[in-house]
Design a protein around this ligand. Structure first.
Ligand SMILES: [Zn+2]
Length: 279
């Protein structure tokens, strides 16, 4: 067990939610095995999106951190102060089923155990990478956006595979199904960018999060996981077949990068996506 699991439930949050969150977090922490335990792990339950947003704004300013926007996620994690912190917003999760929320907590604990130090939140932009970016019309700010999405996908692969392999694949399958329930907004963005290489690569990078998670559920050995991929194909039926198959093929290739460091995997994944002519 970690030496300290702190639950910081802010004023006005539901105690029953805090109790469930503690239980689900412990469920994943128990499967830690040989993974080193962080000395401290803090889960904050925020009452509203505003409170969470203003916390992030303040922390980023104080610590000089630049990242993407956190507001799209059911829960978030970071290690900016040298130990893993998880944030859940009550307002955002109130319509979410317990099965999905359980998957969310497992997932975030997986990040805390696998990605609990600052190195996973800073990225190198080698000249190789910048050249490949330029060739696609991605100047540094856009390349950063692309790398940010891919960093999420690469880290998710690792976490989901670990959870599936330790017997907690159900929660991750529920979470993936939840994420692909409504793809309308993505479809609208895709229609706008599909003919334009630079933004197209960025959207593809964002789509890889769920494809890599599904690939991880399957390769982690969860039973009947193949059905998830069928659901994904159905949810993204607005992509043409070549694009869908391209993403799946890319996710499979990516799963072969295990054993390399996070920075190496991230760089190879980004180079792979930028230079893949079929995507
Ligand atoms: Zn994640």
């Amino acid at each position: 067990m970690v030496s300290r699991l702190e639950i910081d439930a802010k004023k006005g949050t539901n105690p029953a939610l805090a109790a469930s969150i503690r239980r689900w977090a412990a469920e994943a922490l128990e499967r830690r095995g040989a993974l080193p335990a962080p000395p401290r792990l803090c889960i904050t339950i925020w009452k509203s999106s505003e409170e969470l947003t203003s916390f992030y704004k303040q922390e980023k300013k104080e610590l000089n951190v630049v990242t993407g926007d956190e507001t799209d996620f059911l829960a978030t994690h970071e290690a900016w102060r040298g130990f893993p912190r998880i944030h859940v917003c009550q307002e955002k999760v109130k319509e979410v089923s317990p099965a999905v929320l359980r998957g969310v907590l497992h997932h975030e604990i997986g990040h805390a155990l696998h990605h609990g130090s600052p190195e996973f939140y800073t990225f190198r932009f080698s000249s190789n990478l910048q050249e490949a970016g330029n060739a696609c019309g991605l100047e540094l700010p856009l390349l950063q956006q692309c790398v940010y999405f891919l960093s999420v996908a690469v880290k998710d692969y690792e976490v989901v595979k670990w959870l599936a392999a330790t017997g907690l694949g159900d929660g991750q399958a529920a979470l993936v199904e939840y994420m692909i329930e409504d793809t309308e907004q993505e479809r609208e963005v895709w229609e706008m960018v599909r003919e334009d290489t630079a933004p197209r690569k960025i959207v593809l990078a964002s789509l890889l999060k769920t494809v890599l998670s599904i690939e991880a559920v399957i390769s982690g050995g969860k039973e009947n996981a193949q059905g998830l991929l069928d659901k994904w194909e159905k949810a993204y039926s607005w992509l043409i077949e070549r694009e869908r198959l391209g993403l799946i093929r890319f996710a499979r290739l990516n799963s072969e990068l295990e054993g390399k460091t996070f920075q190496e995997r991230l760089e190879e994944t980004t180079l792979g996506l930028l230079t893949d002519r079929s995507l």
